[in-house]
Design a protein around this ligand. Structure first.
Ligand code: PXP
Length: 246
């Protein structure tokens, strides 16, 4: 069964827009996580960015304590965040590239360029009982490097697929890259997740990609929640995801 990890970052984005620096504020990302779980989500994903633009340290500790599914902590491969991850002990970390100027995570991790330090981080996490995923573009070299790092998972970056979705020719080409990438990763023993830019419209086309275990979806769910509520938005996505056959 294809699992859904609900990314609750943008609930915190809304809170920070009004209550930055305060101990209180709404909406509460922890409440969003609990509602998502009650609606059937298989896990909760949150990104503790170095600039703390949405999720705060206290959110991550509270999520770890309060949720009953799995916590997937998205993080940069940076010493400060690594130290926090080792304290929080999420079930899994997904290492992502981070640039301060970006609106959201743009592009995949350059695993080739940082193979040594990613291997060291992977070892630290695994020694603490935390699984490791690497957020990468469906690129042959990056997939091979992810296997050498010893990561348990890769998360295929679906941002490009989502961006070119309305152009049939470009969509086909990007889907092929994702299909080939998933097959390559699976053959190397990597488990495969995917995420970024997914929504109710583009989801079913992604089902051509084999070996997917979990999708991490945030922006679209929080956007839908404005009109139909988080519980219904999560249930709607889960209903669509039931059609996936690897
Ligand atoms: N996966 C990763 C690694 C991400 O960085 C993000 C964005 O925070 C997502 C999934 C979710 O993307 P979106 O918010 O577009 O659904």
């Amino acid at each position: 069964m294809l699992k859904l990890g609900v990314n609750i970052d943008h609930v915190a984005t809304l809170r920070e827009a009004r209550y930055r620096g305060r101990a209180h504020g709404e909406p509460c990302p922890i409440e969003a996580a609990l509602v998502s779980e009650a609606a059937g989500a298989h896990g909760i994903t949150a990104h503790l960015r170095e600039d703390r633009r949405h999720i705060q340290d206290k959110d991550i500790f509270a999520l770890r304590e309060k949720i009953s599914t799995r916590l997937n902590l998205e993080m940069a491969n940076a010493p400060e965040i690594i130290a926090i991850a080792l304290k929080v002990k999420p079930h899994i970390v997904c290492i992502v590239p981070e640039r301060r100027q970006e609106v959201t995570t743009e592009g995949g991790l350059d695993v080739l360029a940082a193979e040594k330090s990613l291997t060291a981080t992977r070892k630290k996490m695994n020694a603490a009982g935390i699984e490791v995923s690497l957020f990468i573009a469906p690129d042959t070299e990056q997939i091979a490097a992810s296997a050498r790092v010893g990561a348990q998972f890769i998360e295929l970056h679906t941002g490009k697929f989502a961006e070119v979705f309305s152009d049939a020719k470009k969509r086909k080409a990007e889907l092929k890259r994702l299909v080939d990438g998933a097959n390559h990763a699976h053959a190397l023993g990597l488990r495969v997740n995917a995420g970024h830019g997914l929504n109710c419209n583009n989801l079913s086309a992604l089902f051509a990609v084999p070996h997917l275990e979990e999708l991490n979806i945030g922006h679209s769910l929080v956007s839908r929640a404005v009109f139909i509520g988080m519980k219904t938005a999560v249930k709607e996505m889960l209903a669509l995801m039931k059609k996936y056959r690897s």
